[in-house]
Design a protein around this ligand. Structure first.
Ligand SMILES: Nc1ncnc2c1ncn2[C@@H]1O[C@H](COP(=O)(O)OP(=O)(O)OP(=O)(O)O)[C@@H](O)[C@H]1O
Ligand SMILES: [Mg+2]
Length: 518
């Protein structure tokens, strides 16, 4: 165990970390911070949700000279949401010290950005396309940058950003320090990193597993046409606090979120074709809990840190094992537990095996719940709610009519009717979901060479920040059992007591269902 004091941080940064409720450094932080403080280039790899942002953020912020008006730190991230999120985390840690952070990303008014750039930010967190744009317009000067961070480097490679990154790095003084981070580290990115970096120190947190042990992983074999019904039953049974559902394509995400809404779930979709304002709005609603189901493509959800995501549903099997690791890593963060479900159609068994080979972990088979099971489980949840309401609320006002009812009817019938009213019965509202063809294994030789086509549905475009393209992602599995090291990376005041992912406030049952008649 390493405390932040032991890492020799300045008092202002320590104070901010304390305020964030971090009690001790996670392993990636404990190992990276000293190396980075000594000025080394660092390649950092650790599981999802284990605090990589602060691992690069803390040494970066320590290094900033607030009396110097030049941009000193540059963080490059693959998506806009991630640029915003990383910017926010850096802002919190650097607030006390007075570090000014500016996120810049595509989709935001460039003139506004230019005005903000004139206000002397110390650190810029941006997406590759937009940073390039500012370089070309000469509205950003990077000649005083002494630290560059590449977050989610593998994803940037997949998105075809590597040339942009090379071009950006040419604008930065050669003697800069470079920090590169990701949860997975396929070989091509390691090679590229090594050519960009000087004698990089590799910090790979020796976890037993690629995926976090505190994420329960299941698969369900289900035919394409039955997926949606199985999904809604699972939502009714598992009553996630917040859930993310992954679809393969943008169309899929649109259709799924619409279908869920028709059936009374508070869901919205997020993918690269939505406007920036819309994407931010959807994420805000999801964080606030006014929608509790987020339907997403892989890119849109990469790296997102949203506390309270208890369940991840892989409605469509991911394209490759690394995407699976990143997808399910949206839950089980900061020491909490999570549940991941994977739907596979009968022809997709090969991919399941492929994922298991990479994660070195067997997924448990679950059978698709029947309608009766879904209804029964809802009834149990409602019964629990009734009990807790009886125990905690003052019911005097309701008792007179209750007594009247009981004079005329037997008590079991009265309670049964109440249960029926509170239970969401099968909803037959027609929905439209275009079939996705099964993902038949593209034999890339497992750990074979790089290259490969674009991912379906999220095609490479010629500009902007939504490009994604070639690049084979390879696994980097580590052997392990599924029980060890449960949430062992964190001690956080905020997350204590929630390590079992308790849903004791029982937000289940009706709460998540919007009025489906609208
Ligand atoms: N030392 C710590 N103690 C407690 N919580 C922490 C600590 N460090 C970071 N966190 C919190 O843990 C959460 C996950 O951190 P972060 O987003 O940096 O993970 P990550 O490793 O980058 O994950 P991903 O691979 O998915 O991008 C954040 O909410 C962060 O504030
Ligand atoms: Mg991250």
């Amino acid at each position: 165990m390493t405390t932040f004091q032991e890492l020799g941080l300045s008092s202002k940064i320590l104070f901010a970390i304390e305020k964030l409720g971090f009690e001790e450094a996670t392993p990636i932080q404990a190992q990276t911070i000293p190396l980075a403080k000594q000025g080394h280039d660092v390649i950092g790899q650790a599981q999802t949700g284990t605090g990589k942002t602060a691992a690069f953020g803390i040494p970066l912020l320590e290094k900033i000279d607030v009396d110097n008006n030049h941009v000193q730190g540059l963080v490059i991230a693959p998506t806009r949401e991630l640029a915003i999120q990383v910017g926010e985390e850096l802002h919190k840690i650097g607030l006390n010290k007075g570090v000014k952070i500016l996120p810049i990303y595509g989709g935001q008014d460039i003139n506004r950005q230019m005005r903000s750039l004139k206000k002397f930010p110390h650190i810029i967190v941006g997406t590759p396309g937009r940073i390039q744009d500012h370089i070309n317009r000469r509205t950003i000067r990077l000649n005083n940058v002494n630290t560059v961070v590449l977050d989610e480097a593998d994803e940037m490679l997949n998105m075809g950003f590597i040339e942009d990154i090379e071009a950006i790095l040419k604008e930065v003084p050669e003697n800069k320090q470079t920090l590169l981070f990701s949860a997975t580290m396929p070989d091509p990115i390691r090679r590229i990193a090594e050519t960009f970096m000087t004698n990089p120190q590799i910090v790979k947190v020796q976890a037993k597993e690629v995926t976090m042990p505190n994420i329960e992983q299941h698969f369900i074999e289900v035919q394409e046409k039955k997926k949606f019904d199985v999904l809604t039953r699972l939502l009714d049974i598992q009553t996630p606090e917040l859930a993310i559902i992954f679809g393969r394509t943008k169309r899929r995400v649109d259709e799924l979120s619409e279908a869920l809404n028709l059936r009374g779930y508070a869901a919205e979709g997020i993918h690269g074709d939505l406007s920036q304002a819309k994407r931010e709005q959807v994420l805000r609603k999801f964080k606030a809990g006014s929608i509790d189901v987020l339907v997403a493509t892989d890119v849109a959800a990469r790296g997102l840190d949203i506390s309270g995501v208890t369940h991840v549903y892989n409605f469509d099997i991911p394209q490759d094992p690394e995407s699976y690791v990143h997808r399910i890593g949206r839950t089980g963060r900061a020491g909490k537990s999570g549940i991941a479900m994977l739907f596979i159609t009968p022809r997709e068994f090969n991919q399941l095996k492929n994922i298991e080979r990479t994660t070195k972990r067997r997924m448990e088979r679950m059978t698709a719940p029947t309608l009766d099971e879904a209804i029964e489980s809802q009834q149990r949840i409602i019964a629990e709610k009734l009990t807790s309401t009886m125990e905690s609320d003052n019911l005097a006002f309701y008792k007179r009519i209750a007594e009247e009812l009981l004079e005329e009817h037997d008590s079991v019938s009265v309670v049964a009717a109440a249960l029926k009213m509170l239970t969401k019965e099968p909803n037959e509202t027609p929905i439209r979901l275009t079939d996705e063809p099964p993902m038949v294994k593209r034999d890339r030789g497992g750990r074979g060479g790089s290259g490969g086509g674009y991912r379906r549905g999220e095609n490479k475009r010629s500009g902007g920040d939504n490009r994604r393209g070639g690049g084979d992602r390879r696994g980097d599995g580590r052997r392990g059992d599924r029980d060890g090291n449960r949430g062992g990376n964190f001690r956080n005041k905020r997350s204590e007591g929630s390590a079992s992912g308790s849903r004791d406030n029982n937000r289940g049952g009706q709460r998540r269902h919007q009025d489906s008649s609208k």
